[in-house]
Design a protein around this ligand. Sequence first.
Ligand code: DL6
Length: 820
Amino acid sequence: TELYDDERTALTKEAFKRAFLDNLLYVQGKFPALASQNDYYQALAYAVRDRLLQRWISTAAAYTKQGSRTVAYFSAEFLMGPHLGNNLINLGIYEQVREAISELGLDFDTLLRQEDEPGLGNGGLGRLAACFIDSMATLEIPSLGYGIRYEFGIFHQEIVDGWQTERTDKWLRFGNPWEILRPEWAVEVKLGGHTEQYRDEQERLRIRWVPGKVVVGVPYDTPILGFRNNTANTLRLWKAEAPESFDFSTFNRGDYGGAVRQKVWSETLSKVLYPNDEQIQGKTLRLEQQYFFVSASLQDMMRIMRVQKLPLERFHEKFAVQLNDTHPAIAVAELMRLLVDDHVMPWEQAWDITCKTFAYTNHTLLPEALECWPLELFKSVLPRHLDLIYEINVRFLDEVRIRFYGDEARLARLSLIDEHGERYVRMAHLACVGSHTINGVAELHSELLKQDVLRDFYELWPHKFGNKTNGVTPRRWMALSNPRLSDLISEAIGDSWLKNLDELQKLEPFAQDAAFRQRWREIKLANKVDFAAFVKERNGINIDPASLFDVQVKRIHEYKRQHLNILHVIALYHRLRSDPNADFQPRTFIFGGKAAPAYHMAKLIIKLINSVADVVDRDPAVKDRLKVVFLQNFNVSNGQRVYPAAELSEQISTAGKEASGTGNMKFSMNGALTIGTMDGANIEIRQEVGAENFFLFGLTAEQVAQTKGRGYRPLEHMTAELQEVISLINSGFFSRGDVQMFRALTDGLLWHDPYLVFADFESYSECQLQVSQAYRDVDHWTRMSILNSARSGKFSSDRTIREYCADIWRAPSVPVRLLS
Ligand code: DL6
């Protein structure tokens, strides 16, 4: 009671008001008349943070006392989204605080919108990491998220004349009230240079790494609250800084420029997130970033071992490390280096600890996304690690040689070094060799890993392979983003579904209740009205909330096939123009997503969508029946607006290409129906919600493989309608007469399309007709919508994390008692 002043941590409205006004004065240094909306937001954020800190301290105390096993989630990306609303939901005081703020004469929603969201991720993989740490805190699993505190997160997308342009994401410009700097736990990270042999005091021959440069990793901690419990885990992100001593020595030599350069170079390491998903760029800085955060994190974990007086021999008992894709895979070699070089542990023992520590999640089936580093580049950044990888490889291949006697081709395929032509280090192989468990992120994906991408590893170690179907947190993706629906659900079945999403099943009988269906529809309509107002504000166009909201929001990529969607929109447009009196279900097609800045085809697809949007919007002949909207800068905050308003979810990737998808889950939970292929987690969504509540089309992964095997010839799939669509594009109709603008796109589709757009077009088009017909039966559609929500329990990230805990991490929960 003496330690934690009640006034600073109480959750009452009055305490919040006082804290808010106090912070405005003492933290922001403003009085109300001069304060900006951002000052108010910061004052509120600090008031919330005080409450988090009390839970954080209590959590640290509980974990220290228990000496519990801790999950370290290593991820180059954490796409957190805004913290304020989510923290209020998890504390259970959202409404109270809204009232407190409005009683002070302020608009709560305006304050929420002030937060520059930390967009430290590209898309699915980074957002999954964010959902996972939310679920780990909710399930009271001791855990640390380790990553990079990029100064600039994913770029801000603006559409100029239909084209994507990128602006720097300055999310830190007004400061970040959610993080706490921990300079006392800074660590040094070496890079470059060379290795040399030497004899230690006991005359043992050893290797020393003489680095070319050193940077300091400084941790910034963000508390991650569990849902309505006392747990606050930690997200620890590393910022790169120059070591002071380096600066000084250079400065003292009179080389001021040199000292500054060193500082600038060091800080570059955590400056910016690489904006590519599913494609590697092979840049030195990227490898340096990966190594930087991995080394800092492993050193930090060793510090924790020291503090808790645990011997390093028990590292794997204390920590379970999950590698979120291959981005942190260098951790396998780094842990070996720390144990063997720095702590003089025998190789075999160090290797045993390493393999018992790591587990690896693969997130992609695209070959171009599998990280490989040119050997020379790798050596220039991590010379000692290359030696260690060679040694790991020699020992590994010895094992393979014995298992697969005389199979030289297999050895070459499995090797950690790709020796065909230019030599590369294969990071997925390093991750597989150094991990005790390997998983994919949906059933189909995990199967395809075994059959195809990681087949040789599967044949070697079948017991290592498993599946962990992704999930998303219902706290952010329902309670926070869709309060109307969440309230209705809680009114019907109580509110424990937020912690146990399977309870949504209890909604099923309500699908038969006409009054409930009516309310369900009213809520969807209210969400659509809100969204239409948002579109009006952002894009300046009117969309009709009575039309069917058909949404595809995700990264722009050829395999995700936004072009299949827009070709179909053009076909509809053509039908309407050819037959103005056609019976037509009015639709609004909503697109959103970023393209990697160097991915020209993806950018061209954005331009085509915007060009079609523009023509359709200007054409009075289709007015009120067809609209196309490209929502700029799709990010977490915009996602929170669009999922609740969606009625049809477009999950139309080429089967066998989308590892899982997680947007598909957010839509379904919020009552949208899916039109989709048998790909990723779509298959499991369909299985859960029932085939009759899902619009399926297109080739299966097997058929895709067969079609490709036979030699895919797009023209064989050309229909009269498709011909019209392609001709319209090529005629310059959507490009002010420029017949060349979209040629690269149409030629690709016509002659060498690896994503089989034409092959699926007819099936897609027919399926869309079924959607339109189904939508007209309002009651039936609502029933399907309710059932989608009611049967989405499996897709909570709590379920996913329970599975990781049981099968991979073996980390028991540790409940936290609030210290007061
Ligand atoms: O597992 C999360 C998410 C999946 O849902 C998507 O299907 C997949 O495309 C995505 N993968 C990436 C690729 N990054 N890398 N490597 O974001 O992961």
